[in-house]
Design a protein around this ligand. Sequence first.
Ligand SMILES: CC(C)(COP(=O)(O)OP(=O)(O)OC[C@H]1O[C@@H](n2cnc3c(N)ncnc32)[C@H](O)[C@@H]1OP(=O)(O)O)[C@@H](O)C(=O)NCCC(=O)NCCS
Length: 185
Amino acid sequence: MIIPEIEYTLKDGRKALIRSPRDEDIPGMLDYLYQSACETEFILRYPEECGKYTAEGEKALFDRMNASDRDAMLVCIVNGRLAGNCQISWSNHFKTQHRASIGIALLREYWGQGIGTRLFQELIRIAEENKNVLQMELDFIEGNTRARALYEKMGFRISGVRTNAIHLKDGRFLNEYSMVREIKR
Ligand SMILES: CC(C)(COP(=O)(O)OP(=O)(O)OC[C@H]1O[C@@H](n2cnc3c(N)ncnc32)[C@H](O)[C@@H]1OP(=O)(O)O)[C@@H](O)C(=O)NCCC(=O)NCCS
């Protein structure tokens, strides 16, 4: 789905724009996918796994997300640069259509500016406006205190743990925590 554009000011005074992705965002999205993988171990891809992302693939993803009534992607643009993005999706199966899944990541330079909070406000609005959606769900990797703080602030609570869900190249295993937020109408 396409969301209305939102302009607002970051904590440091820069102007930010939240909107649905467009073709002009493809180079920025490819840079973001690689750079974010270099900057944090709390997302699932390693930098060397980013070769599979192509301009054609991103265009197809943007087009599918924008045309869908069960998926939305939101990008945040700061001074013309793609700072990060988030997505919300729910299935078309009756048994699971009440569960919306969420993902979010920003480039490190833009952490702590309130972008995550503003994106989540919009994700919650989208979920609330879709009557089939009764709960929002997400996962975070053990140790990601910044993400956990954002999610708890936005009303999510831990609902489970997947032991040793993440295997890092240095041999460590990390748990993954699931969180849920009920939709109140
Ligand atoms: C997790 C992430 C999306 C948060 O977005 P953000 O824009 O940095 O978050 P915000 O600035 O809106 O801050 C949200 C809350 O986090 C908390 N927070 C801020 N800085 C923090 C820090 N250094 N440590 C712990 N919590 C912190 C605060 O409670 C803050 O709320 P407040 O500003 O009202 O005090 C972002 O940091 C990110 O992209 N990280 C890397 C990728 C990632 O981990 N993605 C999530 C995978 S599950």
